[in-house]
Design a binder for this molecule. Structure first.
Ligand SMILES: C[S@@+](CC[C@H](N)C(=O)[O-])C[C@H]1O[C@@H](n2cnc3c(N)ncnc32)[C@H](O)[C@@H]1O
Length: 333
């Protein structure tokens, strides 16, 4: 991988400033979870994935270990892989090991330095795969189209979207993103995507509010980022992390709760907080299988296989564009 081989979409800094100013002006203050991921945020997220309480990564890795070898052996040779929200690319190793002579790898992520470091390590392990990190917002259809134009025609296109990151989107936006991916990957493309459907609050709440406080640090880091990048005056000790389960919307929400009434300056503008008022910083929707498959179908995908974890509600879906009779395989099958 060379720096010259990277793709970078400009404007992320401006988007951050715009989203923070508009989000803090809402009646329910809200900032998209995308902005939790600066370098420190990405490092903290990696720590979260190692926590005893955080079942999604463990469950998904178990499913990948069980099912990727057979999937990779049957998938076409010389695949070009696009990974959506690649993070540390830890799960990618299992995919690249399983595929037959993978040709190219395009990881897309907003967290630039973390992405470059991760892909640098991966490139050393897989010198034969042409790795091109793409610093961009994966919801930007033009960014996806730019990557799609670089896909090789030597082998099939494969989208890889682990981590249940799709759950960060409201259902209508999740469906739109699935449609954009179908368009970018083309008629012969396939998508391997992790979806969490866990519904038990006793499992969910500790996973998003762990005993060691790593998730709290991850959430509060957003305020440190605003202070550093946008001249904010947030005092982090006056805010607390909170995870809430919203049963009606089947989602976990993360909030930053102001412990006191206060005013905060960001980009020269003053924002007021009542004691107990919150900034909503993340949604993690837990899509039931039928709901996810409805969205996928409406977005142009056809279910090929479902890999289902035997204890948690985590599933990996293999989607294609051609007709298939879906198979449901449990871990250990
Ligand atoms: C929940 S983490 C998942 C990381 C990794 N795929 C995994 O399975 O552990 C979400 C990842 O998506 C990235 N991300 C979030 N929103 C993004 C966006 N709109 N565009 C590009 N990357 C984004 C974050 O930087 C982070 O690496």
């Amino acid at each position: 991988m060379s720096q010259a081989a990277t793709l970078r979409r400009p404007g992320a800094e401006n988007s951050f400033a715009m989203e923070v100013s508009s989000g803090l002006g809402l009646e329910q203050k809200a900032i998209s979870s995308t902005w939790l991921y600066d370098q420190r945020g990405s490092e903290l997220f990696e720590e979260i994935t190692e926590l005893a309480e955080y079942y999604p990564t463990r469950s998904e890795l178990a499913l990948f270990r069980d099912h990727l070898p057979a999937f990779g052996a049957a998938f076409g040779r010389h695949a070009s892989v696009i990974e959506i929200g690649a993070g540390s690319s830890r799960k990618t190793r299992l995919l690249l090991q399983a595929l037959r002579s993978p040709y190219a790898y395009f990881p897309i992520d907003i967290s630039a330095d973390f992405l470059f470091e991760a892909v640098g390590r991966l490139q050393e392990e897989f010198p034969q795969v042409r790795c091109t990190p793409v610093v961009a917002d994966f919801t930007d259809a033009a960014a996806l189209a730019a990557v799609a134009r670089r896909l090789s025609t030597v082998g099939p296109a494969l989208g890889f979207f682990p981590g249940s990151t799709l759950g960060n989107f409201e259902p209508h936006a999740a469906q739109r993103l699935l449609g954009q991916l179908a368009h970018a990957l083309g008629d012969k493309g396939a998508l391997v995507i992790g979806i969490d459907s866990t519904a038990d609050p006793d499992v969910l709440l500790p996973a998003y509010d762990d005993a060691r406080g790593v998730t709290a640090a991850f959430n509060l880091n957003l305020l440190a980022r605003i202070n550093r990048e946008l001249g904010g005056t947030f005092r982090l000790d006056t805010f607390a992390h909170e995870a809430r389960f919203d049963a009606m919307h089947s989602r976990i929400e993360m909030h930053l709760v102001s412990r006191i009434a206060q005013r905060v300056l960001v980009l020269g503008k003053t924002y007021f907080f009542q004691a107990g008022e919150t900034i909503h910083t993340e949604n993690s929707h837990k899509f039931r299988r039928t709901h996810f498959l409805e969205m996928a179908r409406a977005a142009g995908w056809i279910s090929q296989e479902v890999w289902s974890h035997h204890t948690s509600g985590f599933e990996v879906h293999v989607l294609g564009r051609g007709a298939a009779i879906p198979k449901v395989l449990s871990q250990g099958d």
